[in-house]
Unconditional design. Structure first.
Length: 311
């Protein structure tokens, strides 16, 4: 049986496809997304408490480089094979270079449940991959449009809600450690899977809304969204092997590389590329790539990891 949180996503997807009136109020969804990103940061900070060292910096920079490489590979495919406009190609490449916090939460829970070894800095992969793709693709868009000053892109990216919550959570968890967080641990750390289950219920409803009715005229993009996770996951696996990551961290990096943003990237793109069709990006990232990863692909990536490590 898949993890229980996956059942909540499938339940939400089914309810949405059946056009049920089931919905998660927007205020609750916002609260869940805030708590989820904060707890992910706290878990990473707790793992780093007493174990941070300068030797992890090169690996984290290599992970950030992966966030630059993925959108630069995706852009020409979207522009010339999928035949999207320049704005939509930049937009969707930014979504695929950035990563999904929801997918990260699922694969982290999967790795922890399976008892796979994780490096203390694994949660920082999410932070390191969140920004570079958005910044480089918005910078590319500005260059193509002849816009010189891109300082506002950096400011908006670095002060975005996701980055602040993840970074702040890591810092608090690192400084206070398990003892300092003990009063909050039952509600936040202990309630992580409950938050994730309810978040995935809403993601299932959102996925059904994006894909119903299925826009067949965008079949090229849908095919890209279904296949890209496996190609990008293979790239993430190769990077992880070069970094000699342990099994759990390798699985997390592989899955993150295969994911696509549907929270941070849409907000940044909507503000900076007004002529991009965000609906297309959401169709690809949330409508297809997200369910492919959480319903089907994580066990596949785990099999790849085992083969690569000779397990």
């Amino acid at each position: 049986m898949p993890d229980i949180v996956i059942a909540f996503f499938a339940f939400g997807l089914l309810a949405g496809l059946l056009k049920s009136d089931l919905k998660v109020p927007q205020s609750i969804y916002e609260t869940l997304s805030i708590l989820l990103m904060l707890v992910l940061g706290l878990k990473g900070g707790l793992a780093l408490h007493g174990q941070a060292h300068s030797g992890m910096i090169p690996d984290l920079l290599a992970v950030a480089a992966l966030g630059l490489i993925i959108p630069l590979l995706a852009y020409p495919v979207l522009r010339y094979l999928i035949k999207l406009t320049n704005s939509d190609s930049v937009s969707i490449a930014a979504h695929y270079g950035s990563v999904s916090a929801g997918t990260f939460a699922v694969v982290l829970a999967y790795a922890e449940k399976s008892g796979l070894p994780l490096l203390p800095e694994t949660t920082l992969y999410l932070v390191m991959l969140e920004l570079p793709a958005i910044v480089i693709m918005l910078g590319l868009y500005g260059a193509l449009k002849g816009q010189g000053n891109q300082a506002h892109i950096w400011r908006e990216a670095l002060t975005s809600r996701g980055v602040l919550l993840l970074g702040g959570g890591v810092l608090i968890g690192y400084l206070y450690g398990p003892e300092g967080l003990e009063p909050l641990a039952p509600a936040l750390i202990g309630g992580f899977k409950t938050m994730l289950a309810l978040f995935l219920l809403e993601m299932g409803l959102c996925t059904a809304k994006v894909c119903n009715p299925l826009p067949i005229k965008h079949w090229r993009l849908m095919l890209f969204a279904a296949l890209a996770p496996f190609a990008l996951g293979a790239l993430g696996l190769a990077f992880g092997l070069l970094l000699d990551l342990p099994q759990g961290s390798l699985l997390v990096l592989t899955t993150l590389a295969a994911s696509a943003s549907y929270i941070a990237a849409p907000a940044a793109v909507r503000a900076s590329i007004p002529d991009a069709n965000i609906g297309l990006a959401m169709l690809a990232s949330l409508g297809i790539t997200f369910p492919v990863n959480v319903l089907l692909a994580i066990p596949v990536y785990q099999h790849w990891v085992e083969l690569a490590l000779g397990n």
